[in-house]
Ligand binder design. Structure first.
Ligand SMILES: Cc1cc2nc3c(=O)[nH]c(=O)nc-3n(C[C@H](O)[C@H](O)[C@H](O)COP(=O)(O)OP(=O)(O)OC[C@H]3O[C@@H](n4cnc5c(N)ncnc54)[C@H](O)[C@@H]3O)c2cc1C
Length: 374
């Protein structure tokens, strides 16, 4: 019998169930409007991904360093999830991020327990953003106890366990903790116009005791590159999916109205196709580079530049789609309205100026001429 990971990777490459996957993405899309209105959470959509084998395919990526074919497959899956519902994509990305952190920094015992939890249906998250009271750890009667809260905690009610960060003088320390207690969740703080279905409210950790298995890696591990900012390509792949679905809304609108071949509209549709393709190519190139063994600061800078390029592409698509569909897309219930709200907000994640500055510094410092830097 071969290695389980090797078998899963083989399955990921073979993509046996294209039709099953297509049905799954279509089903997730049918849930998107109700989730946006707060009539359901994202658990049904995540269950669809699991039943279709998509979560298992994505999990094959967690071990560094996946091969190029696998990385292409993951980019493609994330784009398709993003097309179906960006909020679902946000949770899936957090799950993948957590699985990668476990693969990188967990002890064999922790790995085994996470593997068992995932087999049992757990969706993990990474909650780094501190709330008004940053997370701290204190010793109480020989036990480590957490206090404080996390905000932007995506997937309240769906995600558990989560990997949370606690600031120390030597860098953030990660802990893996259960996050399934309803009375610790505050969804009311999530009053955004977009990505509403992610339920990224606040989770309070006061008095949560940490067991011996909670500590994940050492202080500062979380920020190690190329896995920290280098991993940004995962959510960029979702952004690309979001702009593809927005562009498709515009194409359907023009076709339904019988004016898709009117010259200005046709030129706009061509622009949309071109811009979406630019985003896809950037993300694929970034993912392949940074997921190669030996990737370092140059590859991370490339990923950050890809993020910038994808953001600009998304903004162009949003503007063009607004122009093409017009007022109709601003009415409640129009799919373009939800996707625009979700994508517009999702693009704000996070510290964009800092990311751009880091990429720019690498370019400025390079001895290689433009065109040869990468
Ligand atoms: C949908 C969604 C889901 C999320 N889910 C999670 C999650 O599950 N886990 C998690 O950890 N986080 C999550 N986040 C949060 C994310 O990691 C960031 O914490 C959050 O996006 C911070 O955004 P911000 O706009 O407040 O801050 P920033 O992006 O840091 O700042 C916004 C802007 O403010 C200006 N600015 C800020 N500081 C300065 C300064 N010192 N000097 C000059 N200009 C400055 C800049 O123009 C900057 O672009 C999520 C975010 C979103 C949008």
């Amino acid at each position: 019998m071969g290695e389980p990971i090797a078998i899963l990777r083989e399955a990921a490459r073979a993509t046996p169930g294209r039709a099953v996957e297509a049905d799954a993405f279509a089903e997730i899309e049918t849930h998107a409007a109700a989730a946006d209105r707060g009539e359901e959470d994202l658990a049904p959509s995540i269950a669809v991904l699991r039943r279709a084998g998509i979560l298992a395919r994505l999990a094959t990526y967690a071990d560094p360093w996946p091969d190029a074919a696998l990385v292409d497959g993951i980019v493609s899956l994330l784009r398709r999830i993003g097309r179906a519902n960006l909020s679902v994509g946000r949770l899936v990305e957090g799950h993948l991020n957590a699985l990668r952190l476990v693969a990188l920094y967990a002890s064999p015992l922790q790995r085994a327990s996470v593997k068992a939890a995932v087999a049992d249906g757990a969706i993990l998250g990474v909650w780094g953003a501190d709330g008004a009271r940053p997370l701290t750890v204190t010793q109480e009667a020989g036990t480590l106890v957490l206090s404080g809260e996390k905000r932007f905690a995506s997937g309240l009610g769906v995600v558990s366990p989560a990997i949370v960060s606690v600031r120390t003088d030597d860098g953030p320390q990660l802990y893996l903790v259960a996050t399934d207690l309803r009375d610790r969740m505050d969804m009311t703080s999530w009053t955004t116009s977009g990505m509403k279905a992610t339920l990224s409210g606040t989770y309070t950790f006061d008095g949560v005791a940490l067991d011996a298995q909670a500590r994940l890696g050492d202080p500062g591990d979380w920020l190690r590159e190329p896995h920290f900012e280098g991993g940004v390509w995962r959510y960029c792949a979702l952004h690309v999916g979001g702009m593809e679905s927005l562009a498709e809304c515009a194409r359907q609108h023009a076709k339904a109205g019988g004016f898709a071949d009117e010259p200005i509209t046709a030129a706009r549709l061509a622009d949309l196709a071109m811009v979406c393709e630019t985003g896809r190519l950037w993300v694929e190139a970034a993912a392949r580079r940074v997921e190669r063994p030996g990737a370092g600061d140059t590859e991370v800078a490339y990923v950050l530049l890809a993020r910038e390029a994808v953001e600009r592409a998304c903004l162009t698509v949003m503007e063009t789609v607004d122009r093409l569909i017009g007022a109709a897309s601003f009415f409640e219930g129009h799919p373009a309205d939800r996707i625009r709200r979700d994508l517009g907000f999702f693009l704000r994640q996070a510290n964009l100026d800092g990311k751009r500055a880091k990429a720019a510094a690498r370019i400025a410092a390079s001895d290689a001429p433009m065109g040869e830097i990468w």
